[in-house]
Design a binder for this molecule. Structure first.
Ligand code: DAH
Length: 320
């Protein structure tokens, strides 16, 4: 115990004899006397606790958190960078984005939590229409929607870029994003996957331009010329609506005439343009949306879409 603390404790002790004197004090002064003594006592107690804390602090050896570690000691067992790798879907998504950027598209990522309004209302799904049921939509308890497609972004993209049209420029935006569907999972269906949407609006665009853009995209992505075809489809947000197919490249295990559906597309429905305050008598647009997982599966001849979300190292290491 330091001298200072011993001294303070002695002072505290001697206060006790002063408390004993309280009976001798005339009654009218007793209260003031007692108050003074209490204040003195508290003052000494505070000083003791400060001195004790200081003594304690100096007794513990300080830890120097800025000290460098000894360079030749074995490293702690962190995960070193060479044990991890980029997820193949992220690498491929970058390639997809790059191709659309080279074509002049702006890129906007889709939201992972959205609303009924953007999922259905802005996309010309009539209220209470069975088509709303086609999308196996998840809902949170608060009625938010983890989006079932990247088309949820169409209205936002149209509104945000409307000024282009007034300046004589088109709206050209690609929207990559993560989407979710409440469906039975098997080798070709997953509850969580990636899509990329394309939206294009100008005064005079047409379907053949859209097919040209899509062909060019797929030919760049697979690095070879491709045969394409379309077949009729149905989406409330396009009119006409098409499904877009490519012939599976032979280098990727396809046989001639072996077509694979890659995305849904069509001319943007006038009601969708109206919902974004774009005059459908003056402007028109086309749009498309397709799965990224499927695109990548064909490129690497993968057979089970579930591997992407599985976290299986054996699978992920193949892409290191
Ligand atoms: N959102 C559709 C789906 O996930 C795909 C789609 C079809 C997107 C037509 C579009 C479109 O933009 O115009 O099934």
């Amino acid at each position: 115990m330091s001298d200072q603390i011993a001294d303070l404790k002695q002072q505290l002790k001697s206060l006790n004899s002063e408390y004993a004197r309280i009976k001798e004090i005339p009654s009218e002064k007793r209260a003031a006397f007692g108050r003074d003594l209490n204040l003195k006592k508290q003052f000494i107690i505070d000083q003791i606790s400060t001195a004790e804390q200081t003594a304690l602090n100096s007794a513990v050896e300080a830890l120097d958190i800025s000290a460098p570690c000894a360079p030749n000691q074995p490293l702690p067992t962190f995960f070193t960078a060479d044990r991890g790798s980029r997820h193949p879907l992220m690498t491929e998504l970058d390639r997809v984005i790059e191709i659309y950027q080279l074509m002049g598209f702006d890129i906007v990522e889709s939201l992972q939590l959205d609303s009924e309004y953007y999922m259905f209302d802005t996309l010309n799904f009539p209220k209470d229409h069975p088509a709303r049921g086609d999308y196996d939509t998840f809902r949170t308890e608060d009625d938010f929607i983890p989006p079932a497609h990247t088309s949820t972004m169409q209205n936002r993209v149209l509104r945000a870029n409307k000024h282009n049209l007034k300046n004589g420029r088109p709206i050209a935006v690609a929207v990559p994003g993560r989407v979710f569907r409440n469906e039975d999972v098997d080798t070709t269906h997953e509850h969580t996957f990636y899509q990329c949407e394309g939206v294009y609006v100008s005064e005079d665009c047409n379907l053949s331009q859209m097919l040209g853009i899509l062909r060019s995209f797929f030919e760049h992505y697979y690095g070879q010329n491709l045969k394409i075809k379309t077949q009729p489809g149905y989406f409330p947000f396009t009119e006409p609506s098409l499904e877009f197919l490519i012939e599976k490249p032979q280098s990727l295990g396809g046989k001639p005439g072996d077509y694979m559906e890659m995305l849904g597309c069509g001319m943007i429905h006038p009601n969708v343009l109206k919902m974004a305050d774009i005059d459908p008598d003056k402007y028109r647009g086309f749009a498309w949306g397709g799965g990224i997982d499927r695109l990548v599966m064909l490129k690497y001849n993968l057979s089970d879409v579930r591997d992407f979300e599985s976290g299986k190292l054996r699978f992920l290491k193949e892409f290191k």
